[in-house]
Design a protein around this ligand. Structure first.
Ligand SMILES: [Zn+2]
Length: 217
């Protein structure tokens, strides 16, 4: 059985898992980024809480990594109503990253806090159908019903989530992640499988097939 971790900040050497590791942007990343292997793939993005004056430089770094084919996804990026960064700037930086992901045909890992209406309106306004994975999804049933109407939107569940939402989401649109927590990936798979009343084996197979569809690289 292979477990896919859709968002983590830590490398794993577990032989039975594949991880999408989130890289922090720094100067050395262009030379240090190891590139993907069968057990590890990478994402990098400008987090809405980490937007600084020279964000265009960060964007350029991400673009270089994409050109070098070192990233399987762009993110985490998105919108955060609790961040001190002005909403207008957040949207500008997010839009720039959406455009970059589109050009390089990679999905986006979305960090979204209290800004789902804005996220949906950005998709609508720009007629975007690019794949987005909402990481650490904790939304309730009402929000989930609304988001399920959008195509190419996936939901990644971590340590905290609404079980009602989990039950509503077709498993073809589901991912599981540890993010920055110390909870084991296997524990999360076990919990989700038990909530959905399916076997862990079936859940793992479904998520692996989602992974192959969304991250062909
Ligand atoms: Zn994270």
């Amino acid at each position: 059985m292979i477990y896919f971790n859709a968002h983590t900040h830590q490398q794993s050497d577990a032989p039975d898992s594949i991880s999408l590791v989130n890289l922090e942007i720094q100067e050395s990343i262009l030379t240090d980024c190891p590139g993907s292997d069968p057990r590890t793939i990478y994402s990098c993005g400008i987090h809405p809480r980490a937007i600084h004056e020279a964000w265009e430089k960060d964007l350029h770094t991400i673009e270089c990594l994409l050109q070098q084919k070192k990233l399987s996804a762009l993110g985490e990026c998105g919108l955060d109503k609790l961040s001190d960064t002005p909403a207008e700037l957040q949207e500008k930086v997010f839009n720039a990253q959406i455009a970059l992901a589109h050009t390089h045909h990679v999905p986006l890992i979305i960090h979204c806090v209290r800004a789902f209406d804005q996220l949906l309106s950005i998709r609508k306004k720009q007629a975007i159908s690019d794949t987005m994975i909402i990481h650490g999804y904790r939304g309730g049933a009402g929000l989930t019903a609304q988001l399920l109407k959008a195509d190419h939107l996936y939901f990644s569940f971590g340590a905290n989530y609404s079980t009602d939402s989990l039950k509503m989401i077709p498993t073809e649109r589901l991912f599981i992640e540890t993010d920055t927590t110390s909870v084991s990936l296997m524990t999360l798979y076990r919990q989700v499988a038990s909530t959905l009343q399916i076997s862990e084996q079936l859940l793992a197979e479904q998520i692996l097939s989602n992974k192959k569809r969304v991250f062909p690289l």
